[in-house]
Design a binder for this molecule. Structure first.
Ligand SMILES: [Zn+2]
Length: 586
């Protein structure tokens, strides 16, 4: 049970939170030693009894209290376990990442020997171990590890608290830190920073200038750079673009880039913590962007949950800079060229990094929220990914004819891959569009008309609530009016939101409830406004922040948006689990 720490915002594994000490600390944060009262290492006491007795005297409700702990190097198993020391105040427990069972409850877990974590694999393993074995509503503190260059990555991994120990010590060793790395001060011809400390350092060498004073100034500069960086990182989380920031920050060293790549291979850790929707634009600027959860999740859901319509003709189109694609000039031209034939064909957009985007899912995050550098060149990794997804998609569908209206290297890639299709050559000029019209007319002459509005609802419902969930939502007499799905009595069941999600009404939720997906079970009470996590008894493990959630309890039935993942709702003891849109007494 954590009483003093609360998570208030998330951006993947990174969180914003509040640690309530005498003054509240907004995390992620640098914690200074004056906010902590530590009983110290066990080795500093005459005996275990003495350590435990003296610990009581250290408890201070205004500060983070750290009970006596066993200090050992990174790979050494602590020789003894210490009993839990009860405290009413905020408590920080030292844990050893590689020798951790079920730690006692605490508000903050402090990673023992964190300062020695330099190897990417070890760093990742340590953070993931501690996160796995500690409650989701506790804070993680990694002492003596942060630098301006690695801070964003540490926070992205899930670290909430850091300190300036490492950069301050480095300063006294003549090591000068910036966001872009570390230098020996003697190697710098000029200082890239203009803070007061750096200006003083650059003043002409005075013979009386004390070397220690200089080192202190480097140290102060380092501390300042770390403070600046934490402010920027917090802002990136607020904006929902920490991932983009980390992708460019890790370029500073191969080790950091390795850590990010290894983290991406731990797909589950990230996936369980990544919202289904963000307001920010997803930039796909780096090789790592291809492996982002948002990308792999989208591709996986298209392959696992989405059902291609029983269409005779598939038209493959290129993406557009403007999103959703339908709003772009090129796609409006395509639509014009297709005319009434459009009803008889199914459109799929081929793009990097999302690979296969069925027209019905073009508004679903991140399909309408990404931006990618366009050069017309497709590197081998992109090609492999795209063609692999296309193969898997085609395997699951039953088109009789394929028209490829792509040009350049993308067309080459598809054609060389051996996709049997009519290749129009792509393009948006008059001739190109005539070729498109001609090809579609010839292919779709016998094709039946598709109900594209219904197909869109089906696709979006299945995307969010799971395979075939739309069969329940769309059962019986339903009509689709604009973005609304209505039953026979014209009661709204669900609405497609402009964000690309789907919002259920109580009626719609009742239809989907039997599936058990997106379901949160609550205790015997009638919530209003929001369900807090202590009220959640059980929840679908697959719920992610931003998902629509059906809330069911003995006294209430409602629907709302998840603010945390399903697994977290069950384990957390604080925080809003679901923001309710509608709730009824039962
Ligand atoms: Zn400076």
């Amino acid at each position: 049970m954590t009483k003093y720490f609360e998570v208030i915002g998330r951006d993947g594994p990174a969180r914003r939170g509040r640690l309530r000490l005498e003054r509240t600390i907004n995390t992620p944060a640098l914690i200074s030693k004056d906010r902590i009262v530590s009983a110290g290492s066990l080795w500093g006491f005459g005996s275990v009894e003495e350590a435990l007795e003296e610990a009581d005297g250290h408890i201070d409700k205004d500060k983070l209290f750290i009970p006596p702990h066993v200090s050992v190097p990174l790979h050494v198993e602590p020789p003894v376990d210490l009993p839990q020391i009860e405290t009413d105040g905020p408590c920080g427990l030292v844990v050893h990442p590689f020798f951790l069972d079920e730690p006692y409850p605490a508000d903050v877990y402090i990673m023992g020997a964190a300062g020695s974590l330099r190897n990417p694999r070890e760093l990742l393993k340590a953070v993931l171990e501690v996160k796995e074995k500690t409650p989701p509503d506790s804070a993680l503190y990694a002492p003596a590890l942060a630098t301006p260059a690695n801070l964003a990555l540490l926070v992205y991994l899930g670290v909430d608290l850091v300190d300036s120990t490492r950069v301050v010590v480095d300063g006294y060793l003549g090591r000068y830190h910036t966001h872009d790395g570390t230098w020996n001060i003697e190697d710098l011809r000029e200082l890239p920073c203009r803070c007061q400390h750096c200006r003083a350092l650059e003043e002409e060498d005075r013979p009386d200038q004390n070397q220690n004073q200089n080192l202190r100034m480097i140290s102060d500069h380092n501390h300042l750079k770390l403070e600046e960086e934490i402010r920027l990182v917090r802002e990136m989380i607020r904006r929902g673009c920490l991932r983009e920031y980390v992708e460019r920050s890790v370029r500073v060293t191969p080790e950091e880039t390795t850590t990010l790549r290894l983290l991406d291979q731990e797909g589950r850790y990230l996936e369980r913590r990544t919202p289904v929707f963000r307001k920010s634009v997803m930039y796909s600027n780096t090789a790592e962007s291809l492996h982002r959860v948002e990308v792999t999740r989208y591709a996986k859901r298209v392959l696992d949950r989405y059902r291609a319509p029983e269409s005779e003709v598939l038209l493959l189109l290129p993406c557009s800079a403007r999103k959703p694609y339908s709003k772009s000039r090129s796609h409006r031209l395509f639509a014009g060229a297709l005319g009434s034939w459009r009803k008889r064909i199914h459109e799929v957009i081929l793009t990097s990094p999302l690979a296969v985007v069925p027209r019905e899912l073009e508004e679903v995050y991140p399909a309408a929220h990404y931006d990618v550098p366009v050069t017309g060149r497709w590197d081998l990794e992109e090609r492999d990914w795209l063609l692999g997804c296309l193969d898997a998609y085609l395997e699951r569908s039953s088109y009789k004819k394929i028209i490829v209206h792509l040009d350049g290297e993308l067309r080459e890639a598809v054609e060389e891959h051996g996709i049997d299709a009519v290749y129009t050559g792509g393009g948006t000029n008059g001739e190109a569009l005539s070729r498109l019209t001609k090809a579609v007319k010839e292919a779709a002459i016998d094709a039946s008309v598709l109900d594209h509005k219904r197909l869109r609802v089906r696709a979006v419902t299945d995307y969010f609530f799971g395979s075939k969930s739309s069969d329940l939502l769309l059962a019986g007499e339903v009509r689709i009016k604009g973005r609304e799905v209505q039953n026979g009595d014209k009661k709204t069941l669900a609405t497609l939101t402009p964000n690309g999600t789907i919002a259920l009404t109580i009626e719609g939720a009742r239809r989907l409830e039997p599936m058990g997906a997106a379901l949160g079970e609550i205790g015997e009470f009638l919530p209003s406004g929001a369900v807090l996590s202590p009220g959640v008894i059980a929840a679908d493990e697959e719920i992610r922040p931003g998902d629509d959630v059906i809330v069911r309890g003995e006294k209430a039935f409602g629907v709302g948006r998840a603010r945390m993942s399903g697994w977290e709702m069950v384990r957390a003891t604080r925080g809003v689990a679901v923001e309710l849109r509608k709730v009824e007494e039962v």
